[in-house]
Ligand binder design. Structure first.
Ligand code: ADP
Length: 359
């Protein structure tokens, strides 16, 4: 077990592609750190630098307080689980798991113990004699995990391990990986572009954008206080609504000229973006007061029932927004809704996209 510390880590491909722009992350011993961000933001590059599969242009990577910049993958005491888990098709499950250990010349009885222990943890004991083609997708994924576990590494590195699985299995495997990681207590770094996977797995969540860290923190802290409009839009589905607002002499004005009453809401001279999560709006009967909150008129465009709740799509101040309402309203008779954003659910961002701290 080990902590992982990245300090000012940079990667430049060729002479000009700066894929990772100076990243600092400290991962405690035993924690599961998830790197999330859109395709091309540099998360795989960062993971590969931790693994030793990619050279580090600048900065330092430490595993267990030891500088590993110049060590090869085999010397770093890490184990990787990939999206393409590439089991050897002609080998039995047992041999797939034992392969790496045999290559290192580990004595046979030790290998046997490690494979059997891992198989027990992963509930693969009954399947050790099968070949990969005789396994389900989830079982194959577990064998891939088994190959990593038998090495008892200091750190697990996961590169989108679930993206080849269908949605249901992905959900199951997510829970399995989380439980397994907890049980083994091995420090882990996990890359995904799926914000739901990231939210549910992470002890520490790192949201990346264009080679940089946008925000690091506990998943729910990030959800509740996104540091930027990028994070606000990336974490949460449907994403946070963002509506531009400016101030003139007599109050606040939305993009289409609508005036809104918002006592106590102070915005910068060059304007701001009001943010609100789809689930944080209250539909108003029209008569209630909204102490400190914000009341907005929503022009309804359509309603999408998704089961336990419905998404109401509409326009506010010329911007498309979505509201989640409980229940199965399949028809929307009104073409306007009065919605309230409670004061404590209102997010405010500057025109530079950075959160304006309400505290
Ligand atoms: P992600 O994993 O977030 O999708 P990557 O780390 O794969 O992103 O890539 C980050 C950036 O680096 C992208 O712009 C990508 O095109 C570039 N890149 C990745 N690998 C190489 C490479 N071997 N040579 C040049 N550019 C690369």
């Amino acid at each position: 077990m080990a902590n992982v510390e990245l300090t000012n880590v940079r990667k430049v491909y060729g002479s000009s592609v700066e894929a990772v722009k100076g990243i600092n992350i400290a991962i405690d011993d035993g924690a599961l750190c998830v790197l999330v961000g859109p395709s091309g933001c540099g998360k795989s590059t960062l993971l590969r630098m931790i693994a030793g599969l990619e050279s580090i242009t600048d900065g330092t990577v430490k595993i267990d307080n030891k500088l590993v910049n110049d060590l090869g993958p085999a010397e770093r005491d890490i184990a990787m689980v990939f999206q393409n888990y590439a089991l050897y098709p002609h080998m039995k499950v047992y041999d797939n798991m034992a392969y790496g250990l045999r290559n290192r010349g580990m004595p046979k009885d030790q290998i046997d113990k490690r494979v059997k222990d891992a198989a027990q943890i992963l509930e693969l004991t009954q399947l050790l004699e099968r070949r990969p083609k005789e396994l389900s997708g989830g079982q194959r994924q577990r064998v891939a995990m088994g190959r990593a576990i038998v090495r008892s590494p200091k750190v697990f590195l996961f590169d989108e391990p679930l993206s080849n699985l269908d949605a249901k299995l992905r959900g199951q495997m997510r829970v399995e990986i989380k439980n397994l990681q907890r049980q083994l207590g091995v420090t882990s770094v996990y890359v995904t572009h799926d914000q739901l996977e990231a939210m549910t797995l992470a002890d520490i969540l790192v949201v990346m954008n264009a080679g940089s860290v946008e925000q690091i923190g506990a998943p729910l802290d990030i959800y509740e206080k996104p540091a930027s409009t990028f994070v606000a839009s990336f974490i949460g589905a449907p994403p946070m609504n963002l509506v531009p607002v400016t101030a003139d002499g007599s109050g606040l004005v939305l993009g289409d000229g609508t005036r809104i009453g918002a006592e106590g809401l102070v915005i910068p001279g060059n304007g701001a973006l009001i943010g609100f999560r789809p689930e944080d709006l209250e539909v108003s009967a029209g008569t209630d007061t909204h102490a400190g909150g914000l009341a907005l008129d929503l022009k309804v465009l359509g309603v999408e029932p998704v089961g336990a709740e419905s998404y109401v799509y509409g326009m506010v101040g010329g911007e498309r927004v979505v509201v989640r309402v409980p229940g199965r309203s399949t028809s929307q008779t009104e073409d306007h809704l009065r919605v309230i954003i409670p004061a404590d659910k209102l997010h405010l961002f500057g025109t530079d996209g950075k959160r304006i701290s309400s505290e």
